[in-house]
Design a protein around this ligand. Structure first.
Ligand SMILES: Nc1nc2c(ncn2[C@@H]2O[C@H](COP(=O)(O)OP(=O)(O)OP(=O)(O)O)[C@@H](O)[C@H]2O)c(=O)[nH]1
Ligand SMILES: [Mg+2]
Length: 344
């Protein structure tokens, strides 16, 4: 890999012919992403990005061929090494109805949010870089557990190797912005990190790339330290966002906005709760199944028992848009808090 990330012009020499490559800042960002990647999947994504943003002309032919070789080699080893024993501290096993991962600059208040909403043992401190690795905790929203992951900070110059992997595998990214500090600077650092690694879902970045690799994520913004916010900071932040993101204003110190934040996590994860009712018995109202919004009776049957699902004969529903105990088709779309009785 070339190490020319501080220049925007590279000369490639082929025998006696010298051709300028005119590589762009976008290319060098992708190259930096490749260098900081610790997993094969992330390296593959970064290489694909380098190839897609590389200017297309004679000067880049050689480099392009080189990158393509690297890419196919990586793809081969990715297939061979599926069962590698390497321990990745940035791999956070999922738990609960969805995984939300915090992103922010040093000291912005990430650990304080996790401490306020969960029982996880996090390190809250008045100095930067107090958190060195991901710490997951469980937030209880009504009867649903949502996983919230504390993370080390990012800066304009430093992101821990492998850190991007946690964001790549989550369901929702929460940008944490400290309203008592420079909101523009924090926003710029967070967006630069997300955009340069294709982590934000938008018109250009889908949830999955052509090869089925996880790519864009949904995101929203937690504006914290509202108790000591600089005047007009929230409005300034909202004005500087191009994307239409949700903003939640909170204070971990006073507890303001924390309840609303839990309910927002549930809403943004796009899930519904379904209570299963065994025939002739009352429904278990304590432990709902959680399914993506838009799920059907058949999706519930698969979630309950993959093998039995095909044998599903009929279903009855108590809930939204139906009369109590109404018979429903396999394709009937369920609503949050529906009670469903399945007959196999
Ligand atoms: N007044 C006030 N102080 C807060 C609030 N949230 C966090 N703090 C303080 O801000 C400092 C940093 O908080 P942390 O939660 O450790 O910040 P962090 O983002 O986890 O920091 P790193 O792990 O270093 O990235 C601590 O002194 C907290 O007490 C808040 O809502 N209001
Ligand atoms: Mg912390």
């Amino acid at each position: 890999m070339t190490g020319f990330h501080n220049v925007d012009f590279l000369i490639l020499t082929f025998g006696l012919v010298t051709v300028p490559a005119n590589l762009t800042p976008e290319y060098f960002k992708a190259e930096e992403w490749f260098r900081s990647a610790t997993t094969n999947q992330e390296k593959i994504l970064a290489l694909e990005r380098m190839l897609s943003v590389m200017p297309k002309h004679k000067g880049t032919d050689h480099l392009k061929a080189d990158l393509r070789r690297k890419l196919s080699k990586l793809k081969e080893t990715a297939v061979q090494k599926k069962s590698s024993k390497h321990v990745d501290i940035f791999h956070v096993p999922r738990s609960g109805a969805g995984q939300v991962v915090l992103l922010g600059t040093p000291n912005c208040g990430k650990s304080s949010i996790v401490a306020a909403l969960t029982n996880a043992k996090v390190n809250v401190a008045d100095f930067p870089f107090a958190t060195a690795q991901p710490v997951p905790g469980m937030v209880l929203f009504e009867d649903v557990q949502i996983q919230l992951v504390d993370m080390p900070p990012i800066t304009a110059d430093y992101i821990a190797p492998g850190q991007v992997g946690t964001y790549r595998n989550c369901d929702l990214i929460a940008l944490v912005i400290d309203l008592s500090a420079d909101v523009q600077e924090q926003l710029l650092i967070c967006l630069d990190f997300l955009e340069s690694r294709s982590l934000l879902i938008d018109r250009e970045t889908p949830a999955y790339d052509d090869q089925g690799n996880a790519l864009g994520k949904r995101a929203f913004c937690i504006c914290t330290k509202s108790d000591i916010a600089a005047a007009g900071a929230l409005e300034e932040l909202k004005d500087s966002f191009k994307q239409s993101l949700a903003f939640m204003e909170i204070s971990a110190a006073t507890g303001a906005g924390l309840e609303e934040l839990s309910s927002k996590l549930f809403e943004l994860l796009g899930i519904i709760r379904i209570y299963a009712k065994p025939p002739g018995k009352p429904a278990d109202m304590t432990d709902p199944f959680t399914l993506p919004v838009g799920s059907t009776v058949m999706d519930l049957a698969v979630a309950i028992h993959r093998q039995l699902a095909e044998k599903l004969k009929s279903a009855r529903i108590w809930g939204t848009g139906v009369y109590d105990g109404q018979n429903a088709q396999r394709t009937h779309v369920l609503n949050d808090k529906d009670i469903v009785e399945l007959h196999f």
